[in-house]
Each structure stands twice: as C-alpha cells, then as structure tokens.
Design a protein around this ligand. Structure first.
Ligand SMILES: NC(=O)C1=CN([C@@H]2O[C@H](COP(=O)(O)OP(=O)(O)OC[C@H]3O[C@@H](n4cnc5c(N)ncnc54)[C@H](O)[C@@H]3O)[C@@H](O)[C@H]2O)C=CC1
Ligand SMILES: O=C(O)C(=O)Cc1ccc(O)cc1
Length: 306
C-alpha cells in the first residue's frame, strides 16, 4: 500500500478513530496521524497504547497542516468542533466525519468551513457496542460499507481520494445523498437499536434481566438485544435527536405493524401470522443470496462487491 494523505488528523479518539488509525497503519496510508480527544484521560490512554503518531493537547495543534481531518466525535458536537478548527485548517485540505447521521451533520458543519476546504461527509457501516480508545481494531472496516455523502459541487478529486482512503482501510464505498442515507439508516440501524433498548428495558422493568435464569436461558435474539443495548448512550442519544424525522417515520410504521401482529395474536389469526413470517423469511433469504451475511455478531459484512 502507499501513502494517500501526508498528514491525517483524527478528532475524538474512540472506537472509530482508533480503528481508522490501526487500519491506516496496517496499510501505510498516511505518513503522520495526529489525534485529539477532549478528555485528558483519553489522551493519556491513547499515548500509552501508541494510538496516533502524535496525540495533541489542543485540537488546533492536531489539525495544523493536516491534509485530511476526520471528525470522529458524537453527532451532537460535530458543529462545535468544526467551528473550533475552521480557522486553523490547511487550505485545500479535506474535512470528513464518520457520524451515524448525515443530514444534521452536514447542516451543522458545512457553514463553518472555509471555501478553500473540501467537505466530504462519510459513514462507515461498521461498529460494535464498545467505545473508547482501546476498543478499536484494524479489521473493523474490512468488507463493510462506507457511505460518502458529498454535497453537490464537491471537488471530484477530493471525493475520489477519500474513496481510495476508505477502500484502503478495507471498506466498500458508495455515494448517497444525506436524506436518503438517513432514511436507510433509520430502517437498518437506528430503529432496530431503539427496539433493542426498549426490549431490554421491558425485561429490566420485569426485574428479570439480571436474574440468572433469564440470562442462562436467554435465546440468541435477546442476547443480541442486550449487546446492542450496551452501546454508548451519548452516541445513541445524539443519533435519535439528529435523525428525528426519519426515525419517527419508521417508528410509526413499525408500531402499525406491531399492532397488526398483536391483533392477530389476540384474535388467533394464525394465517396472518404465518403469512407475515413467510414474507420476512423470504427477505432474510434474499439477503443471504445477495451475499450479505447478517450472522456476523456485530454488523453484516459485505460478502459480495456490488
Ligand atoms: N460505535 C459505532 O458502532 C459507530 C459509530 N459511528 C459514529 O462515529 C462517531 C464516533 O463514535 P465512536 O468512535 O463509537 O465513539 P466513542 O465514544 O468510542 O468515541 C468518541 C470520542 O469522542 C470524544 N469526544 C466527545 N466529545 C468531544 C468533543 N467535543 N471534542 C473532542 N472529542 C470529543 C470522546 O471523548 C471519545 O473519545 C459517532 O458520531 C458515531 O455516530 C459510526 C459508525 C459506527
Ligand atoms: O454494533 C452494531 O450492531 C452496529 O449496528 C454497529 C453500528 C452502529 C452505528 C453505526 O452508525 C453503524 C454501525
């Protein structure tokens, strides 16, 4: 592999930034990677484990002379971080992010950036329920999607370079517009997370989630819910507050379907239940035939290149 960016700055040293660092080192994709995190404890941990070539105590220092700056912070603080770094960005550099929501991030970040900087927002569809600087690993993005949502008129060379970088990190890259991204993610990630949170909350309300019998006998479905419900609360609070419209739209549809199934159970309508489950089974089989393995413990890897 060869160097794609001379200097990369990673802002917010958690799961995604640390995985980007290790994957970038694996491929030799940057000559220097600087990092900044808000808390001193995170910066100390990063230094101790060798995360980033240089860990700066100031975000301004971290972005100085960087050719690529990636915002890896919770969605709700992207705008504030962009505002802080904007006057210190190298002319001609690319600013990107990895936030799970795109519309609100574009709105919050774009107005702060100088005209001579390329803004190419991104979102790797890869993660785990773990967070923090010690949770990252080099293979996180291998065979996963990374979606780029460049605003209209973005310099195609800047987009192509960032695409090459993500491909070298191991991902399959596709471009999308922010609104479509947010709707797709509301269906495939955000609403399912909310359902997992709710289901674990319900079990907890019943006082059984920590009960050894429930843990002992819990089937894979509930275990997956508890894994997902262990995800970072700040990150997920920000996802829902910033993808409000699409999540509420999908939740509305979800509750309609749930009520229909509830009614079928109450009235003993076996045909309704059977037909519904037959339809959903076909969807699952379609996913497998398309080469996407959703059995992966964290998130479906992309088996086939599309
Ligand atoms: N965790 C996951 O599975 C995935 C997360 N994402 C997105 O990636 C972004 C980062 O997520 P993770 O790496 O999982 O989070 P994380 O919680 O592991 O790391 C976030 C880091 O940002 C730092 N931070 C928070 N506010 C800050 C500020 N104002 N200035 C500087 N640093 C600040 C935190 O101290 C922490 O070090 C989020 O926007 C999230 O939506 C995207 C794909 C997957
Ligand atoms: O851990 C899981 O199951 C995930 O769903 C990972 C994930 C979380 C958030 C994202 O924006 C993308 C991927």
């Amino acid at each position: 592999m060869s160097v794609i960016y001379e200097k990369v700055a990673l802002i917010g040293l958690g799961l995604i930034a640390s995985s980007m660092f290790w994957a970038s080192k694996r491929g030799g994709l940057a000559r220097e990677i600087s990092g900044f995190a808000r808390s001193e404890a995170t910066r100390d941990t990063a230094r101790r484990i060798g995360l980033c070539d240089v860990v700066s105590d100031s975000v301004i220092e971290a972005v100085k002379d960087a050719d690529l700056v990636v915002l890896c912070v919770p969605v709700g603080v992207m705008g504030a971080v962009a505002q802080e770094i904007a006057p210190h960005l190298k002319p001609g550099c690319t600013v990107s992010d990895v936030g799970s929501v795109k519309g609100a991030v574009v709105e919050a970040v774009a107005p702060h950036l100088p005209k001579d900087v390329h803004f190419v927002p991104g979102h790797p569809l890869a993660g785990t329920e773990h967070s923090g600087p010690e949770s990252g690993f080099a293979t996180l993005f291998d065979d996963r999607w990374c979606l780029l949502v460049p605003p209209d008129g973005t310099d195609p060379d800047a987009v192509a370079k960032l695409r090459r970088f993500w491909e070298a990190l191991g991902a399959n890259v596709e471009e999308m517009d922010p609104e479509h991204h947010d709707l797709v993610l509301a269906v495939t990630s955000h609403t399912p997370h909310l359902i997992a949170y709710t289901m674990v909350g319900v079990a907890d309300d019943l006082g059984r989630v920590t009960d050894s019998e429930v843990i002992k006998y819990s089937a894979a479905g509930f275990r997956d819910f508890t894994r997902i419900a262990a995800s970072d609360p700040t990150m997920w609070r920000d996802v829902f507050l910033n993808n409000k419209q699409a999540t509420l739209e999908i939740l509305g549809r979800f509750t309609e379907e749930l009520f229909a199934l509830q009614r079928a159970i109450r009235t003993g309508d076996g045909d309704e239940l059977f037909d519904y489950f037959t339809r959903t089974r076909a969807i699952r089989r379609g996913i497998i035939e398309a080469g996407q393995d959703t059995d992966a413990p964290d998130f479906g890897r992309v088996k086939a290149k599309h």
